[in-house]
Every structure is written in structure tokens, then in C-alpha cells.
Design a protein around this ligand. Sequence first.
Ligand SMILES: Cc1ncc(COP(=O)(O)O)c(C=O)c1O
Length: 378
Amino acid sequence: MNLETLLVHGSNTNKSSTGSISTPIYQTATFEHPELGKSTGYDYSRTLNPTREKLEKTYALIEKAHDAFAFSTGMSAISAIFEMFSSGDEFLVCDDLYGGSFRIFEHIAKTRKMQFHYIDTEKLENLESAITKNTKAIFIETPTNPMMKITDIIEVVKLAKKNNILVIADNTFLTPYFQRPIELGADIVISSGTKYLGGHNDTLSGLVAVKNPELAEKLRFIQNSFGAVLAPFDSWLILRGIKTLGIRMKQSEQNALELANFLKSISLVTKVIFPGLKEHPYYEINLKQSTGFGAMISFEVTSKEIVEKILKNVKVISFAESLGGVESLITYPILQTHSAIPVKILEKLGITDRLLRLSVGIESCEDLKKDLRDAIYG
Ligand SMILES: Cc1ncc(COP(=O)(O)O)c(C=O)c1O
């Protein structure tokens, strides 16, 4: 079946006996047992809930994974993954990273004596030389948040296999519609479902997809023990979002390309970073491993005063954290998504007080351009 069809129909888990087209929301904490020693297959919703199960199987299907697990947020999904590891384990992590992931690694996982090495994973030689006998996994975002750096997934997988370590990819920005890291050899994929999968800026969620039964067994145990599962109604909202993922991704990407070119034409904009621009240094690598560039743009303006002007004056675009919804959002990474990252690292990455990040939605691109033009010059 083609991806577009899979997105709309999802897995055929729990087909409703009534024939309802929409997946029923099993708003129940627990399930009745027919008799002692017998179960319907569902005992308690933290362990397994039919609505969440449908979402999990659907996400596994579209990520081409063996199995998947739904959590209450992207951060609880990432936290659950790191519950698989132990004190003394080391991780190689891309240096440009969502601030919340950095916060977990540095302030929570580190207290459990795990070590994180932040590396420019665009350059493979940096990764290779950082591997030690304690390295257990490489954690990448590609494209990264917010600098849109691209890591060559296939090459990272080769290196990881040679050294018997796992590859974990945060696929939030491109989603399985454009990029499927497990098909490229990664072991675990995480997505903040809050973003494009849900797609409407209304629901928090996180999804983890795994490549094999061994990882699935570990994650299932952690999900049930850790307990931060996605609620039935929220599972239904994400399932509904996934149905339109394809058309939303296409429309947002088309808008993003047009807006990126538009921003380039504005003299007060000094830099535009979008993986879909041919001049992006890793355009070809992104093209090799995905079928699209997404709809996230970072851009730099001439001064902090222009930043303030834009954030105050935008009307169609909202000044808000998050990304991946039908509504366009503009974010100020240095004070919002990346406030947990030390200034020295921000400076090294180029996350300055003149950098803005735009999550391009599906509105009319003419209106988005006008909104930005008016905000800058108005
Ligand atoms: C790339 C990336 N990964 C993970 C997360 C965390 O997801 P959530 O906010 O759903 O916890 C975010 C949130 O912005 C993100 O941008």
C-alpha cells in the first residue's frame, strides 16, 4: 500500500465491530475479565488501550518499524528511551539539539552518571574519533533544531554498526512522510507528535518506533513501568492528524520554499537557513535520505530591534513556541526553545539574538509574505 493510503487508513488493528469509520475512543482506565485467568487482551489502559494501540501500530507502519509506543509528550518519549541505558554509558549527540533534549541529557540523565558528548555530526570523522568502549548510542536530529544541520544517516548507521552501537533519530522535523530513518538502518526513531503528526497545535504527544522485537520488548516494559502513556482521546487526535499528514507536509513545504526565497530578497534579512535551498551546504545529503525538506526556516536579521519589531507586529503568524501545525508560528530560539543551552554553545552554533525560527503552516503564502513584509517595514 502507498504511504498516502497508510496515513489515511492506518493499521487495521481493532477494526470496529460497528463499522465506524473513525477509530472508537476507548475512554476507559480498565477492562473487565471474562473469568479467572482469562483476558480480552486488554487489562489496564496504562499497559494497553485499543485507541492508543491503533496509533502505535499506525506509527510503526508509517515509520517502517517493527513496533511503536505512544507517550504523553515528545520529552517523555525521549526520557523513556534513555531508561534503557545504565550508569557509565556514553552517548554521541548532535551539537545542535532541541533545548529540552539537552536539558534531559545534562540535568537528568547525567545525575545517573550517563555521559553525553556533543558533536557536529555533519562531519563523520568527528563522530568516529569520539567513540569509546562505553559508547552505547548516537542520537541525531536531522535537520537539527534550529540551525537545520543535516547528518548523513546512512553513513552514521555504517559507523554505528561497525562499532556495535545504536542509532537513535529524532524525526520530528521531517516526519515519516519525508524521511524514514529505520529504512535507512537506524534502530530507534522518536517524534514529538505534538508537531506535524498531530498537526493542529492542540495536542501534546511523543512517539517512539523501534526496529526489532528486542528493542520493542524493552520499550514496552519501560512504557508500562514509567507510565507516561498517551491518553485515549489524545491518541485519537494524533491518529486524526496523521490522516492529513501528507497533504499538510506538501503544502507547508511549498509555502516554506517560497517564503525562504522571499526572505532572501529582504535586505534586513542577513541569512536564510532552509534545507530546501540549493545553497544549503548539505542540500544533496538531505535529498539522498529523504523525499522532502520540511517547512522549518531559520533566518537572521540585521539587529535585535528588527527581531522585536517582527515579533510584535506579526498578525497572521503567531509568536509562539512549537512547530508543525497548520498555523504558522515564529519562535525566538535564544529565549524560548533553546534557553536551556549555555551561552557558549549557543554562540558556537550561531544561535544569536538576531535569529528567528519560522514554522511555516498551510495558510496562503501571499498572506504570510505580506505579514512578514508588514512586520519588518511597518
Ligand atoms: C526536535 C524536537 N524533539 C523533541 C521535542 C519535544 O517534544 P514535546 O514538546 O512534545 O515534549 C521538540 C519540541 O519542540 C522538538 O522540537
